[in-house]
Design a protein around this ligand. Structure first.
Ligand SMILES: [Zn+2]
Length: 295
């Protein structure tokens, strides 16, 4: 066995023998260790790469999802915009059709004045307030005249306090063609008194014509007692408007039966129809100068 010894190392009393077999074994173990380490490192690297790839794939998927979401949102927005445009187009078309269907009449602006309002109740019968009835009828008249193709200017559209000076000044300022004030009457001393009457300014022949037409149609529609057209009493509105003006007293709240009628929608519609018919009749026959109102 001596031939395998490559060296004998003397160290004190002991002799160490290094031979090829031992060296080979040590080398093998070292190689194995290195191999294991290299393998382990490789596995770790592969895992890290896989994890990185997975992370990248996740990020990419997220980005793709985000992009898809954005595109979907954009598409939704496009669709909404298209729908809105279509709706606007349809509205415009409907408006044009409505305008085309509106009767072609001479352009006229009519002030409809619901008497009283706000702090001023007008005449009252228990919980029935003149200002409320006036407003309801006035709005009905407004609708009928608008449908007939005329322009209506309301002195009030809600329960507001408006002075008679303002009502008249506004009508004069806009150069309206007619002024029709709507009221209810009261006769506390005699509850049997009933019926409709129309007031006008004595010095206006046109106002008298208007009063006659409105009174006639009002009676025709409602069958109310005809108390006729009246003048002589100084009334601020009829004296100060620059256009033909009338004040309508549709009926008496002090008369129980008429009060009940005046608070019913059906009768109010008849009153409004009579007033609108009278105004239209007047406008068609009166030969007024061209309107100065800015339509
Ligand atoms: Zn009144």
């Amino acid at each position: 066995m001596k031939k395998f010894y490559i060296k004998q190392i003397q160290s004190g009393d002991r002799v160490y023998h290094l031979n090829f077999l031992r060296l080979a074994l040590v080398l093998l173990i070292l190689i194995a260790l290195v191999t294991v380490i290299v393998l382990a490192v490789n596995i770790a690297k592969t895992r890290a790469k896989k994890a990185e790839a997975a992370e990248q794939a996740r990020i990419q998927a997220e980005e793709e999802q985000k992009k898809a979401d954005e595109e979907a949102a954009q598409e939704r927005q496009r669709q909404e915009e298209a729908a809105r445009a279509a709706l606007e187009e349809a509205e415009k078309k409907a408006q044009a059709e409505e305008e085309a269907a509106r009767p072609q009449v001479e352009a006229r602006a009519i002030v409809i004045d619901p008497g009283h309002g706000g702090e001023d109740d007008g005449v009252t019968k228990e919980d029935v307030l003149e200002k409320d009835i006036n407003l309801v009828i006035a709005k009905m008249v407004q609708q009928k005249l608008t449908e007939a193709g005329y322009t209506v200017v309301m002195t009030r559209t809600g329960d507001e306090t408006v002075s008679r000076e303002d009502r008249v000044a506004n009508a004069n300022n806009v150069h309206a063609d007619l002024f029709v004030s709507i009221h209810q009457n009261m006769m506390s001393s005699d509850s049997s008194v009933r019926g409709a009457e129309t007031w006008f300014s004595e010095d206006s022949e046109k106002a008298k014509e208007l009063a006659r037409d409105v009174q006639e149609n009002l009676i025709l529609q409602t069958d109310a007692k005809d108390r006729g057209i009246k003048s002589g009493q100084e009334m601020y509105i009829t004296e100060n408007t620059q256009m033909p003006a009338v004040i309508l007293e549709c009926g008496f709240l002090s008369n129980e039966e008429e009060c009940a009628l005046l608070t019913s929608t059906e009768y109010q519609q008849k009153v409004a129809q009579g007033i609108a018919d009278g105004i239209i009749q007047f406008l068609e026959e009166a030969d007024l100068p061209a309107s100065q109102y800015q339509f």
